[in-house]
Design a protein around this ligand. Structure first.
Ligand code: C2E
Ligand code: CA
Ligand code: CA
Ligand code: CA
Length: 277
Protein backbone atom coordinates (compact mmCIF):
# COMPACT_ATOMS: atom_id res chain seq x y z
CA UNK A 1 0.00 0.00 0.00
CA UNK A 2 0.95 3.66 -0.27
CA UNK A 3 1.29 4.05 3.48
CA UNK A 4 3.63 1.07 3.70
CA UNK A 5 5.66 2.44 0.80
CA UNK A 6 6.03 5.76 2.62
CA UNK A 7 7.26 4.00 5.73
CA UNK A 8 9.87 1.83 4.10
CA UNK A 9 12.43 4.66 3.96
CA UNK A 10 12.83 4.31 7.72
CA UNK A 11 14.50 0.95 7.18
CA UNK A 12 17.08 2.25 4.75
CA UNK A 13 20.33 3.19 6.40
CA UNK A 14 22.47 5.83 4.66
CA UNK A 15 24.63 3.12 3.05
CA UNK A 16 21.59 1.55 1.42
CA UNK A 17 20.36 4.95 0.27
CA UNK A 18 23.72 5.51 -1.34
CA UNK A 19 23.73 2.10 -2.99
CA UNK A 20 20.22 2.66 -4.37
CA UNK A 21 21.18 6.10 -5.62
CA UNK A 22 24.32 4.73 -7.29
CA UNK A 23 22.28 2.00 -8.95
CA UNK A 24 19.64 4.35 -10.31
CA UNK A 25 22.24 6.83 -11.54
CA UNK A 26 24.09 4.00 -13.29
CA UNK A 27 20.78 2.95 -14.82
CA UNK A 28 20.30 6.47 -16.19
CA UNK A 29 23.87 6.43 -17.51
CA UNK A 30 23.32 3.05 -19.15
CA UNK A 31 20.16 4.25 -20.87
CA UNK A 32 22.00 7.33 -22.10
CA UNK A 33 25.12 5.37 -22.99
CA UNK A 34 23.08 3.08 -25.21
CA UNK A 35 21.67 6.07 -27.07
CA UNK A 36 25.11 7.72 -27.31
CA UNK A 37 26.96 4.74 -28.72
CA UNK A 38 29.05 4.11 -25.58
CA UNK A 39 28.23 0.38 -25.74
CA UNK A 40 29.78 -1.86 -28.34
CA UNK A 41 31.14 -5.36 -28.93
CA UNK A 42 34.63 -6.69 -28.46
CA UNK A 43 35.65 -10.08 -29.81
CA UNK A 44 37.67 -12.94 -28.35
CA UNK A 45 39.09 -15.74 -30.48
CA UNK A 46 38.11 -19.40 -30.15
CA UNK A 47 41.05 -21.52 -31.33
CA UNK A 48 42.20 -25.12 -31.87
CA UNK A 49 45.32 -26.66 -30.22
CA UNK A 50 47.54 -25.23 -32.99
CA UNK A 51 46.17 -21.75 -32.39
CA UNK A 52 44.11 -21.73 -35.60
CA UNK A 53 41.09 -19.46 -35.16
CA UNK A 54 37.66 -21.14 -35.47
CA UNK A 55 35.67 -18.09 -34.60
CA UNK A 56 34.98 -15.54 -31.92
CA UNK A 57 32.69 -14.66 -29.05
CA UNK A 58 31.19 -11.18 -29.00
CA UNK A 59 31.39 -9.54 -25.58
CA UNK A 60 29.62 -6.32 -24.67
CA UNK A 61 31.74 -3.37 -23.57
CA UNK A 62 30.84 -0.02 -22.05
CA UNK A 63 33.09 3.02 -22.23
CA UNK A 64 31.57 5.35 -19.65
CA UNK A 65 32.46 9.02 -20.36
CA UNK A 66 33.56 9.65 -16.75
CA UNK A 67 34.22 6.25 -15.24
CA UNK A 68 35.95 4.67 -18.23
CA UNK A 69 35.46 0.98 -18.95
CA UNK A 70 32.74 -0.63 -16.82
CA UNK A 71 32.76 -4.43 -16.59
CA UNK A 72 29.89 -6.47 -18.04
CA UNK A 73 29.83 -8.22 -14.67
CA UNK A 74 28.46 -4.90 -13.38
CA UNK A 75 26.31 -3.61 -16.24
CA UNK A 76 24.82 -6.83 -17.66
CA UNK A 77 22.91 -7.66 -14.44
CA UNK A 78 21.70 -4.05 -14.31
CA UNK A 79 20.63 -4.25 -17.95
CA UNK A 80 18.77 -7.47 -17.17
CA UNK A 81 16.97 -5.97 -14.16
CA UNK A 82 15.93 -2.85 -16.05
CA UNK A 83 15.01 -4.43 -19.38
CA UNK A 84 17.79 -2.47 -21.11
CA UNK A 85 19.25 -5.87 -22.04
CA UNK A 86 16.65 -5.94 -24.85
CA UNK A 87 18.05 -2.96 -26.82
CA UNK A 88 21.60 -3.81 -25.71
CA UNK A 89 21.26 -7.46 -26.77
CA UNK A 90 19.87 -6.39 -30.12
CA UNK A 91 22.71 -3.94 -30.63
CA UNK A 92 25.39 -6.55 -29.92
CA UNK A 93 23.66 -9.16 -32.10
CA UNK A 94 23.37 -6.70 -34.97
CA UNK A 95 27.03 -5.66 -34.65
CA UNK A 96 28.06 -9.33 -34.57
CA UNK A 97 26.02 -10.10 -37.70
CA UNK A 98 27.46 -7.08 -39.51
CA UNK A 99 30.93 -8.37 -38.62
CA UNK A 100 30.04 -11.79 -40.06
CA UNK A 101 29.02 -10.11 -43.31
CA UNK A 102 32.37 -8.28 -43.53
CA UNK A 103 34.17 -11.57 -42.89
CA UNK A 104 32.08 -13.40 -45.50
CA UNK A 105 33.59 -11.18 -48.18
CA UNK A 106 37.10 -12.61 -47.80
CA UNK A 107 38.27 -16.19 -48.25
CA UNK A 108 40.61 -15.85 -45.27
CA UNK A 109 37.78 -15.03 -42.86
CA UNK A 110 34.63 -16.55 -44.39
CA UNK A 111 34.84 -19.67 -42.18
CA UNK A 112 34.79 -17.77 -38.87
CA UNK A 113 31.87 -18.38 -36.54
CA UNK A 114 30.35 -15.82 -34.21
CA UNK A 115 29.03 -16.59 -30.73
CA UNK A 116 26.64 -14.13 -29.08
CA UNK A 117 25.46 -14.25 -25.45
CA UNK A 118 21.71 -14.27 -24.87
CA UNK A 119 20.21 -13.50 -21.48
CA UNK A 120 17.05 -15.04 -20.05
CA UNK A 121 15.11 -11.82 -20.44
CA UNK A 122 15.79 -11.80 -24.18
CA UNK A 123 15.23 -15.50 -24.75
CA UNK A 124 11.88 -15.54 -22.93
CA UNK A 125 10.36 -13.00 -25.29
CA UNK A 126 7.76 -14.81 -27.34
CA UNK A 127 9.08 -13.40 -30.59
CA UNK A 128 12.76 -13.94 -29.74
CA UNK A 129 13.38 -16.29 -32.68
CA UNK A 130 11.60 -13.94 -35.08
CA UNK A 131 13.75 -11.03 -33.86
CA UNK A 132 16.97 -12.96 -34.43
CA UNK A 133 15.84 -14.06 -37.90
CA UNK A 134 14.94 -10.50 -38.78
CA UNK A 135 18.40 -9.23 -37.80
CA UNK A 136 19.97 -12.04 -39.85
CA UNK A 137 17.84 -11.04 -42.85
CA UNK A 138 18.46 -7.32 -42.46
CA UNK A 139 22.23 -7.72 -42.18
CA UNK A 140 22.51 -10.57 -44.68
CA UNK A 141 24.60 -12.67 -42.25
CA UNK A 142 24.78 -16.44 -42.75
CA UNK A 143 22.77 -18.10 -39.94
CA UNK A 144 25.16 -21.08 -40.07
CA UNK A 145 27.98 -18.87 -38.81
CA UNK A 146 25.96 -17.67 -35.80
CA UNK A 147 25.85 -19.48 -32.46
CA UNK A 148 23.81 -18.29 -29.52
CA UNK A 149 25.16 -18.90 -26.01
CA UNK A 150 22.52 -19.74 -23.43
CA UNK A 151 22.97 -20.40 -19.72
CA UNK A 152 21.50 -23.29 -17.77
CA UNK A 153 19.27 -21.14 -15.58
CA UNK A 154 17.69 -19.69 -18.70
CA UNK A 155 16.72 -23.16 -19.86
CA UNK A 156 14.99 -24.22 -16.66
CA UNK A 157 11.23 -24.17 -16.59
CA UNK A 158 9.26 -24.34 -19.79
CA UNK A 159 11.22 -26.99 -21.67
CA UNK A 160 8.69 -27.38 -24.51
CA UNK A 161 8.77 -23.63 -25.17
CA UNK A 162 12.55 -23.60 -24.97
CA UNK A 163 12.96 -26.46 -27.41
CA UNK A 164 10.40 -24.94 -29.81
CA UNK A 165 12.21 -21.59 -29.78
CA UNK A 166 15.56 -23.24 -30.35
CA UNK A 167 14.19 -25.43 -33.17
CA UNK A 168 12.76 -22.41 -34.95
CA UNK A 169 16.26 -20.96 -35.17
CA UNK A 170 18.02 -24.28 -35.78
CA UNK A 171 15.88 -24.85 -38.88
CA UNK A 172 17.57 -21.76 -40.34
CA UNK A 173 21.02 -23.01 -39.34
CA UNK A 174 21.64 -21.07 -36.10
CA UNK A 175 23.65 -23.06 -33.53
CA UNK A 176 23.41 -23.14 -29.74
CA UNK A 177 25.98 -23.43 -26.98
CA UNK A 178 25.35 -24.00 -23.30
CA UNK A 179 27.53 -21.43 -21.53
CA UNK A 180 29.27 -21.76 -18.14
CA UNK A 181 28.52 -25.47 -18.18
CA UNK A 182 28.90 -27.18 -14.82
CA UNK A 183 27.85 -24.17 -12.75
CA UNK A 184 24.08 -24.77 -13.07
CA UNK A 185 21.66 -27.58 -12.46
CA UNK A 186 21.12 -29.39 -15.74
CA UNK A 187 20.32 -33.05 -15.40
CA UNK A 188 21.57 -35.37 -18.09
CA UNK A 189 18.03 -36.16 -19.18
CA UNK A 190 17.37 -32.47 -19.58
CA UNK A 191 20.54 -31.90 -21.51
CA UNK A 192 19.59 -34.65 -23.95
CA UNK A 193 16.28 -33.01 -24.82
CA UNK A 194 17.80 -29.70 -25.85
CA UNK A 195 18.97 -29.26 -29.46
CA UNK A 196 22.43 -28.05 -28.45
CA UNK A 197 25.61 -28.03 -30.53
CA UNK A 198 28.17 -27.10 -27.95
CA UNK A 199 29.06 -27.00 -24.26
CA UNK A 200 31.35 -24.34 -22.85
CA UNK A 201 33.28 -25.43 -19.78
CA UNK A 202 33.18 -22.63 -17.26
CA UNK A 203 36.53 -21.00 -16.59
CA UNK A 204 36.08 -21.61 -12.88
CA UNK A 205 36.84 -25.30 -13.55
CA UNK A 206 39.68 -24.62 -15.97
CA UNK A 207 41.46 -22.27 -13.56
CA UNK A 208 42.37 -24.95 -10.99
CA UNK A 209 42.27 -28.00 -13.25
CA UNK A 210 45.90 -28.88 -12.45
CA UNK A 211 45.66 -28.49 -8.68
CA UNK A 212 42.09 -29.36 -7.77
CA UNK A 213 41.17 -33.03 -8.37
CA UNK A 214 37.45 -32.22 -8.25
CA UNK A 215 37.78 -29.65 -11.02
CA UNK A 216 39.92 -32.06 -13.03
CA UNK A 217 37.23 -34.75 -12.64
CA UNK A 218 34.49 -32.34 -13.70
CA UNK A 219 36.41 -31.25 -16.79
CA UNK A 220 37.10 -34.88 -17.80
CA UNK A 221 33.44 -35.78 -17.22
CA UNK A 222 32.15 -32.87 -19.29
CA UNK A 223 34.48 -33.80 -22.15
CA UNK A 224 33.32 -37.44 -22.05
CA UNK A 225 29.68 -36.40 -21.78
CA UNK A 226 29.95 -34.03 -24.73
CA UNK A 227 31.60 -36.75 -26.76
CA UNK A 228 28.78 -39.20 -26.06
CA UNK A 229 26.11 -36.58 -26.82
CA UNK A 230 27.91 -35.48 -30.00
CA UNK A 231 28.48 -31.94 -28.80
CA UNK A 232 31.57 -29.85 -29.39
CA UNK A 233 33.27 -28.34 -26.33
CA UNK A 234 34.99 -25.03 -25.79
CA UNK A 235 37.15 -24.68 -22.68
CA UNK A 236 36.95 -21.12 -21.38
CA UNK A 237 39.55 -19.12 -19.50
CA UNK A 238 42.64 -21.00 -20.70
CA UNK A 239 45.57 -18.95 -19.42
CA UNK A 240 48.53 -21.36 -19.29
CA UNK A 241 50.13 -24.00 -21.50
CA UNK A 242 49.76 -26.45 -18.59
CA UNK A 243 45.97 -26.00 -18.58
CA UNK A 244 46.00 -26.39 -22.37
CA UNK A 245 48.04 -29.59 -22.03
CA UNK A 246 45.57 -31.13 -19.59
CA UNK A 247 42.59 -30.18 -21.76
CA UNK A 248 44.21 -31.58 -24.92
CA UNK A 249 45.11 -34.80 -23.14
CA UNK A 250 41.44 -35.31 -22.33
CA UNK A 251 40.20 -34.63 -25.83
CA UNK A 252 39.28 -30.95 -25.83
CA UNK A 253 39.87 -29.33 -29.23
CA UNK A 254 38.57 -25.77 -28.85
CA UNK A 255 39.81 -23.13 -26.47
CA UNK A 256 39.22 -19.57 -25.47
CA UNK A 257 41.40 -17.59 -23.08
CA UNK A 258 44.11 -15.07 -22.45
CA UNK A 259 46.73 -17.63 -23.54
CA UNK A 260 45.50 -17.10 -27.10
CA UNK A 261 44.03 -13.62 -26.97
CA UNK A 262 42.06 -11.22 -24.82
CA UNK A 263 38.76 -9.78 -25.98
CA UNK A 264 39.39 -6.68 -28.07
CA UNK A 265 38.61 -4.86 -31.30
CA UNK A 266 38.15 -7.11 -34.30
CA UNK A 267 41.64 -6.33 -35.63
CA UNK A 268 43.18 -8.32 -32.77
CA UNK A 269 41.42 -11.47 -33.92
CA UNK A 270 42.28 -10.83 -37.56
CA UNK A 271 45.96 -10.51 -36.58
CA UNK A 272 45.78 -14.04 -35.15
CA UNK A 273 44.52 -15.49 -38.43
CA UNK A 274 47.93 -15.89 -40.03
CA UNK A 275 49.55 -16.45 -36.65
CA UNK A 276 48.24 -20.01 -36.24
CA UNK A 277 51.20 -22.41 -36.27
P1 C2E B 1 30.96 -15.27 -20.42
O1 C2E B 1 29.92 -15.34 -21.47
O2 C2E B 1 31.27 -16.52 -19.68
O3 C2E B 1 32.23 -14.68 -21.17
C1 C2E B 1 33.56 -15.08 -20.89
C2 C2E B 1 34.22 -14.12 -19.93
O4 C2E B 1 35.51 -14.63 -19.58
C3 C2E B 1 34.47 -12.73 -20.51
O5 C2E B 1 34.33 -11.80 -19.45
C4 C2E B 1 35.92 -12.83 -20.95
O6 C2E B 1 36.56 -11.57 -21.06
C5 C2E B 1 36.48 -13.64 -19.82
N1 C2E B 1 37.70 -14.34 -20.18
C6 C2E B 1 38.05 -14.89 -21.38
N2 C2E B 1 39.23 -15.52 -21.31
C7 C2E B 1 39.67 -15.38 -20.04
C8 C2E B 1 40.86 -15.81 -19.35
O7 C2E B 1 41.74 -16.47 -19.89
N3 C2E B 1 40.95 -15.48 -18.02
C9 C2E B 1 40.00 -14.75 -17.39
N4 C2E B 1 40.18 -14.46 -16.10
N5 C2E B 1 38.86 -14.33 -18.01
C10 C2E B 1 38.72 -14.64 -19.32
P2 C2E B 1 33.58 -10.42 -19.65
O8 C2E B 1 33.82 -9.90 -21.03
O9 C2E B 1 33.92 -9.57 -18.48
O10 C2E B 1 32.05 -10.83 -19.59
C11 C2E B 1 31.50 -11.32 -18.39
C12 C2E B 1 30.13 -11.90 -18.63
O11 C2E B 1 29.20 -10.89 -18.98
C13 C2E B 1 30.07 -12.91 -19.77
O12 C2E B 1 30.58 -14.16 -19.33
C14 C2E B 1 28.58 -12.93 -20.03
O13 C2E B 1 27.92 -13.72 -19.08
C15 C2E B 1 28.21 -11.47 -19.80
N6 C2E B 1 28.16 -10.78 -21.09
C16 C2E B 1 29.15 -10.15 -21.78
N7 C2E B 1 28.67 -9.64 -22.94
C17 C2E B 1 27.36 -9.96 -22.98
C18 C2E B 1 26.31 -9.71 -23.94
O14 C2E B 1 26.47 -9.12 -25.03
N8 C2E B 1 25.05 -10.20 -23.61
C19 C2E B 1 24.82 -10.87 -22.45
N9 C2E B 1 23.56 -11.31 -22.21
N10 C2E B 1 25.79 -11.13 -21.56
C20 C2E B 1 27.05 -10.69 -21.81
CA1 CA C 1 29.54 -16.61 -23.18
CA1 CA D 1 31.11 -18.60 -20.21
CA1 CA E 1 30.85 -16.81 -17.12
Amino acid sequence: SKAAGRNTHRFFDPGMQEALHARSSLEIDLRQGLANGELFAHYQAVVDPQGKVHGVEALARWNHPERGAISPVEFIPLAEQTGLILPLGEKILRAACEQLVRWAASEQTAHLSMAVNVSARQFRQLDFAAQVLQILRETGANPRRLRLELTESLLLGDIEGTVARMEELKREGVGFALDDFGTGYSSLAYLKRLPLDQLKIDRGFVRDVLTNPNDAAIVRTVLALADSLDLTVVAEGVETVEQLGFLCLHGCVQFQGYLFGRPGPVGGVEALLDGGA
